[in-house]
Ligand binder design. Structure first.
Ligand SMILES: Nc1ncnc2c1ncn2[C@@H]1O[C@H](COP(=O)(O)O)[C@@H](O)[C@H]1OP(=O)(O)O
Ligand SMILES: [Mg+2]
Ligand SMILES: [Mg+2]
Ligand SMILES: [Mg+2]
Length: 311
């Protein structure tokens, strides 16, 4: 790999490759049928796929970028341990390596970067068989801001010619754009996407006030942001704590690169430095463009915003 390629671009290229490898681990665990489910908390599960995919991603990125702070969702004592060679992925996606690095990211050093890893987003859906909702998320932040990211969808199916392909990888880089799929314009009417497995009265209240033509209930922050990018929905509303920094870093970076916006329910940006608290306490509000984001933000009653802020 050429070292003349700026660090952020190399890291994104490596992340695209390793996300695909992690996606294969996610499929392999499911085909073996031994999910090894552990309950971390209420409505909060971990499987062998979450654990193994995270070990693969963290070991592979650490081997290549030893000084980058990489934070994964799973509290996994094996993270530091040996990882089989078959999981170590040091390839880098060629298409990404050839991207022009935006000037503001050219001088970035390993010490300036925090990578947020969600090895399997949509674990509830994974255990219940809603496999297309499952994604692998790798978000790259620089000086607390999400600047690049990868959403890999291990169960996405396409036909290319006569060949069946499984899995796809969507990426985004600020000031460059997005790739790995064809973005589509927003739907003509207001279609909202939201949680299917973590709802509560506040979440429902925030949906009621939107006056939406349709509400889609699907799993995972990654999958919902993909729905925005593909023109299946225009706004993602989740007025509840529950998501964490690894859920939103990659989706936010990709959505930004496509001209969209992701904030909390009060309209404030989350920060992604290593010392921030993990939970996104004040929810998620994302939209395909600033106008729709403004519309949704203005619809949410002040009282609901305060309830969430004071939780
Ligand atoms: N109450 C919660 N407990 C644990 N994880 C949550 C909770 N709410 C949201 N999440 C995480 O945020 C993602 C998006 O939320 P939702 O699917 O409900 O819209 C979930 O897939 C889950 O990520 P993960 O599956 O990686 O643990
Ligand atoms: Mg989880
Ligand atoms: Mg997640
Ligand atoms: Mg997860």
């Amino acid at each position: 790999m050429s070292t003349s390629v700026p660090l952020v671009v190399r890291l994104l290229a490596s992340s695209v490759s390793v996300a695909g490898r992690a996606g294969k681990i996610v499929r392999d665990v499911m085909s073996k049928g031994e999910l090894g489910i552990v309950e971390k908390g209420k409505d909060d599960f971990q499987t062998e796929a979450d654990r193994s995919a995270q070990r693969c991603i963290i070991a592979s990125l650490t081997a290549q970028y030893p000084k980058i702070n990489i934070i994964g969702e799973e509290d996994n004592p094996d993270n530091e341990g040996e990882v089989c060679n078959d999981w170590l992925t040091i390839d880098a996606d060629k298409e990404i390596l050839s991207l022009e690095c935006p000037p503001f990211l050219q001088g970035v050093k390993e010490e300036d970067i925090v990578v947020w890893v969600d090895p399997l987003d949509g674990t509830s859906e994974y255990t219940q068989g809603f496999l297309e909702h499952v994604t692998v998320l790798i978000g790259i932040s620089v000086n607390e801001k999400p600047v690049a990211g990868v959403i890999h969808q291990p169960y996405y199916k396409t036909l290319i010619g006569n060949e069946k392909m499984t899995g796809r990888t969507i990426w985004g880089l600020q000031e460059v754009g997005v790739g790995g799929f064809t973005p589509a314009p927003p739907p003509a009417s207001l279609i909202i996407t939201t949680t299917r497995s973590h709802s509560n009265p506040l979440v429902e209240k925030a949906l009621q006030v939107m006056n939406a033509a349709q509400i889609l209930r699907v799993g995972g922050a990654g999958y919902k942001v993909l729905q925005l990018l593909e023109g299946l929905a225009s706004v993602y509303v989740f007025a509840s704590p529950g998501c964490k920094k690894w859920d939103t870093c990659a989706p936010e970076a990709i959505l930004n690169a496509a001209g969209g916006k992701l904030t909390d329910i009060l309209g404030n940006n989350y920060k992604y430095g290593a010392s921030v608290s993990r939970p996104n306490k004040t929810g998620v509000l994302a939209a395909v463009n600033a106008d729709l984001h403004d519309y949704a933000l203005n619809r949410i009653p002040q009282e609901l915003k305060e309830k969430l802020a004071n939780k």
